[in-house]
Design a protein around this ligand. Structure first.
Ligand code: C2E
Ligand code: MG
Ligand code: MG
Ligand code: MG
Length: 288
């Protein structure tokens, strides 16, 4: 153990705690610098209609590309950014870039659906959240009905009553709301019914477990609950044809995963769009 004196306090570290603390601080500094130098980039992963093979939408996923440390995974920096509060600024950069890209794809006639952007708990509870979103949409001249926000159970279950009112104000603007990683948190069915959600995203862990009968029944039940509540269902992390055919059998309409595509850079995704130009019939998900 090392003891460090900080004012009147002694802080005790063992080597591994110290190493962790140093790494965190390093990432915090990299993020501060990265925000200034524009090192946060947005990738997109398509969401596909299982039956028609058509593109329904996409999820914006942040990538942190540093010149010195290479690509740092969201699994590493997002939790730290949540703690330091940097996630607020990072989240707004992602939203801004996603709106800008989607606006361009709509104007080029390549896309006519919604882009889903992840919203962290810290962002969700900002008192001026809706104003901040309005400003970014306006700046990019993107109508709010092209936007979907993904929130997790943890975000809304902290204070469900307050969450309902925030969700209502987003929903009233025409923004769609998706419950991300569904089944991994602690949301109660009683609240699930009250939340003004449009979509439920079934976590990859459940998709991975569909190989056995109980796992398959579990996904069957989740899809049924979602449909009974009039929610769309998106299966996350679909990697192979076996999973795809089980999901089709279970009436899950939309899938996202490596089977169709990994998250792509904005220029790669534009190529993907060119190969999946929407048919001229109206996009039902958008109209409703
Ligand atoms: P998420 O929102 O549940 O996003 C899905 C994650 O699953 C993404 O990881 C995606 O790359 C990965 N994935 C998709 N299909 C497959 C598959 O078939 N196989 C496997 N193994 N993985 C698949 P990613 O991009 O590393 O992001 C991880 C998490 O970080 C996200 O989970 C989300 O919670 C968070 N995140 C990413 N971007 C943002 C952001 O802009 N803001 C916030 N607040 N969180 C973000
Ligand atoms: Mg998500
Ligand atoms: Mg997810
Ligand atoms: Mg997930």
């Amino acid at each position: 153990y090392h003891a460090k004196q900080k004012g009147n306090h002694y802080l005790f570290f063992n080597d591994s705690m110290n190493e962790q603390a140093v790494k965190r601080l390093q990432i915090e500094n990299l993020m501060r610098y990265g925000l200034k130098e524009d090192h946060f980039v947005v990738y997109y992963q398509p969401k596909m209609n299982i039956k028609t093979g058509e593109l329904v939408g996409m999820e914006a996923l942040v990538r942190f590309i540093t010149p010195k440390k290479g690509v740092i995974s969201p699994g590493v920096f997002i939790p730290i950014a949540e703690e330091t509060g940097q996630i607020i600024e990072i989240g707004e950069v992602v939203l801004d870039k996603a709106c800008q890209d989607v606006k361009r794809w709509i104007d080029k006639g390549l896309f006519n659906g919604r882009v889903a952007v992840n919203l962290s708990a810290k962002q969700f509870s900002l008192p001026d959240l809706t104003t901040r979103i309005d400003i970014i949409l306006q700046k990019n001249q993107l109508p709010s009905y092209f936007l979907e926000l993904e929130i997790t159970e943890g975000t809304v279950m902290d204070d469900p009553k307050e969450a309902i009112s925030i969700m209502r104000s987003l929903s009233a603007r025409g923004i769609h709301l998706a419950m991300d990683d569904f089944g991994t948190g602690y949301s109660s069915l009683a609240y699930l019914k009250q939340f003004p959600l449009n979509t439920l995203k079934v976590d990859k862990a459940f998709i991975d477990d569909m190989g056995n009968e109980r796992g398959k029944n579990m996904v069957d039940s989740i899809v049924t609950i979602a449909h009974n509540l009039d929610l769309h269902v998106v299966a996350e992390g679909v990697e192979n044809e076996v999973q795809l055919s089980i999901l089709e059998e279970l009436n899950c309409q939309t899938v996202q995963g490596y089977y169709y595509s990994k998250p792509l850079s904005s220029s790669e995704f534009e190529q993907f769009l060119k190969q999946h130009i929407p048919s001229d019939k109206p996009n039902l998900q958008l109209v409703q």
